[in-house]
Design a binder for this molecule. Structure first.
Ligand code: HEC
Length: 141
C-alpha cells in the first residue's frame, strides 16, 4: 500500500518541480533581427524573358541593399516585394527615377538610396519586369 502511494506521488513531484523551473526561468530577451537577414518572405515564381535578365541585374546591382529576391535586408535596405511598392503606389517610372537620381529616405529608416551608375532605361525596365512578376506571385498587384 505504502509503496503504491509513493509511486503515484513521483509524477506530481516532477511536474511541480518542472513548473517551478518554467516559472522561474528568465523572460527571453527580445532579440533585434540580425543584420543582413531578409525582412519579408518571398516566393519566386518561374520567370521568363526580360524578367530573367532583370533578376540577374537585380542580383548584381540592387540586392546588396534590397536583399536577395528583393526581400529586404536588415540594416541595409527595404523589401521591394512590399505593398508600398505596388504599381498603384510606385509606378514603373518610380524605378527609373530611383536608379537614375537616387531616393531620399521617406518610407523607411535605412537612409538615402544613391543613384545606381551604369544602367540603361532598358536595364531598369527588365529589373522592374522582374520585380512586378515576383510582386504578383506574392499577392502584391
Ligand atoms: C546602397 C543601397 C541601395 C542600392 C544599391 C539600391 N537601393 Fe533602392 N533603395 C534603397 C533604400 C534605402 C530605399 C528606401 C528609401 C526610403 O526610405 O524610402 C530604396 C528605395 C528604392 C525604391 C523606391 C523609390 C521610391 O520612389 O520610393 C526603388 C524603386 C528602388 N529602391 C529600386 C532599386 C533598384 C532597381 C536598385 C538596383 C538597380 C536599387 N534600388 C539599388 C537603397 C538602395
Amino acid at each position: 500500500m505504502k509503496r503504491k502511494y509513493y509511486l503515484l506521488g513521483v509524477p506530481v513531484v516532477v511536474a511541480v518541480a518542472a513548473s517551478f523551473q518554467l516559472g522561474s526561468a528568465p523572460e527571453p530577451a527580445t532579440q533585434a533581427p540580425a543584420v543582413g537577414a531578409p525582412i519579408v518572405t518571398v516566393q519566386v515564381p518561374p520567370l521568363q524573358g526580360n524578367a530573367v535578365i532583370g533578376q540577374q541585374i537585380f542580383a548584381k546591382r540592387c540586392s546588396a541593399c534590397h536583399g536577395e529576391n528583393a526581400a529586404g535586408k536588415e540594416g541595409a535596405g527595404p523589401p521591394l516585394i512590399h505593398v508600398i511598392y505596388e504599381p498603384n503606389h510606385h509606378a514603373d517610372e518610380a524605378f527609373q527615377r530611383a536608379v537614375a537620381m537616387g531616393v531620399r529616405s521617406h518610407h523607411w529608416r535605412f537612409g538615402d538610396m544613391p543613384p545606381v551608375e551604369g544602367l540603361t532605361r532598358g536595364d531598369v525596365a527588365m529589373v522592374t519586369a522582374y520585380i512586378r512578376d515576383v510582386q504578383r506571385a506574392n499577392g502584391i498587384q
